[in-house]
Design a protein around this ligand. Structure first.
Ligand code: SF4
Ligand code: MG
Length: 335
């Protein structure tokens, strides 16, 4: 059932200023045909973690540790040659801005043809038929004709549809979608998310959806992992995490979606302050300089002891861990 398991993933970059601990001990499991939403502010390590899954990090400056088990094969230590066999075929990716991933010099159709032939060795004719079929599946009208358009002749939403066509043309087992709708207006965003959900059913694809937007998670995800400072700080079923978030940081993130506010049984106050430097991550709980609860638990513990995610449904917070029964009580809510 599990297609991908991360175990204590570390991604550290060497820079002139010191070692950036972009991902520092990340573990999760992803089941086949399900969607995991990875949520966090920018700089929380969510994109870096997925680049490491694809082996797209700079090997000269980056250390990757831990395990990335994709159907039992550890991709953390795989050679570039091995990764070549996975990328685009078994695991593919779509980004926030399709223009950076699409070549301006080739037609949309040729870009699908090229990807499909590279991974399957299909004939040009067969690949062209696949390109048109895929453009139809992603909702491009008149795919036969539009296949010969260049990216600049497509709208932003259509370009993202074309990217999805490229990403799914080889029928991958895993699709990584990094902020796929952030650059689009709200109506188009909803259409693209609908499309992804429909195609997930049709292609039996597992999806890792990276977003800073809990609203997108609410629409798409089966499971949620909230990241902060390169670590997972809360995880669980999407419904549970959205309704009963247990980590003070998650409460803050949820405050950004007012329509869920009525459902959530927590005080929703936005998170104050800014994320920490990943060269100098605070000791103990990395969230403690921003946390309104730090003095209400055992302050010293928050500042010295790193809380861990201990189960499939848990929050890395000493408060959730030692005072689960009080967590929803008035005594520890911020005034
Ligand atoms: Fe706040 Fe302490 Fe929980 Fe960290 S461990 S989130 S500082 S209460
Ligand atoms: Mg990112």
């Amino acid at each position: 059932m599990t297609i991908l398991s991360l175990r204590d993933l570390l991604v550290h970059f060497r820079t002139e200023d010191g070692v950036v601990k972009a991902v520092d001990g990340l573990s999760f499991d992803l089941r086949r045909r399900t969607t995991l939403g990875i949520v966090g502010e920018s700089g929380s390590g969510k994109s870096v973690a997925t680049m490491a899954i694809l082996g797209l990090h700079d090997r000269t400056t980056t250390t990757v540790g831990g395990r990335i088990l994709f159907e039992g094969t550890d991709l953390a230590q795989a050679s570039e040659r091995t990764m070549h066999q996975y990328r685009g075929k078994r695991i593919s990716m779509i980004f926030q801005d399709p223009l950076t991933a699409l070549s301006p010099y080739y037609t949309i159709g040729d870009q699908i043809v090229e990807t499909y032939r590279r991974h399957t060795g299909a004939s040009r004719k067969r690949a062209r038929a696949r390109a048109i079929e895929m453009l139809g599946k992603v909702g491009i009208p008149q795919p036969q004709r539009r296949a010969d358009d260049y990216p600049h002749q497509f709208s932003g939403g259509m370009r993202q549809r074309a990217m999805i066509a490229i990403a799914l043309c080889c029928d991958p087992d895993l699709l990584i979608a990094d902020e796929p709708t952030t650059a689009l207006d709200v109506t188009v965003q909803a259409q693209i998310l609908d499309l992804l959900r429909d195609l997930q059913q049709e292609f039996n694809t597992a999806i890792i959806l990276i977003t800073h937007d809990m609203g997108v998670v609410a629409q798409m995800a089966d499971e949620v992992l909230v990241m902060y400072a390169g670590r997972g700080i809360e995880r669980g079923g999407a419904h549970e995490v959205l309704r009963q978030p247990r980590h003070p940081y998650s409460w803050g993130l949820l405050s950004s979606i007012p329509h869920l506010g009525g459902d959530v049984e927590h005080p929703l106050t936005p998170v104050r302050g800014t994320p920490p430097s990943l060269i100098d991550v605070p000791p103990g709980c990395p969230f403690h300089p921003r946390c309104d609860y730090v003095t209400r638990v055992d302050g010293a513990r928050c500042e010295t002891e790193r809380p861990q995610l201990v189960s499939e449904r848990s929050a890395a917070c000493h408060l959730a861990d030692t005072a689960a029964d009080r967590i929803f009580g008035d005594e520890i809510r911020p005034k």
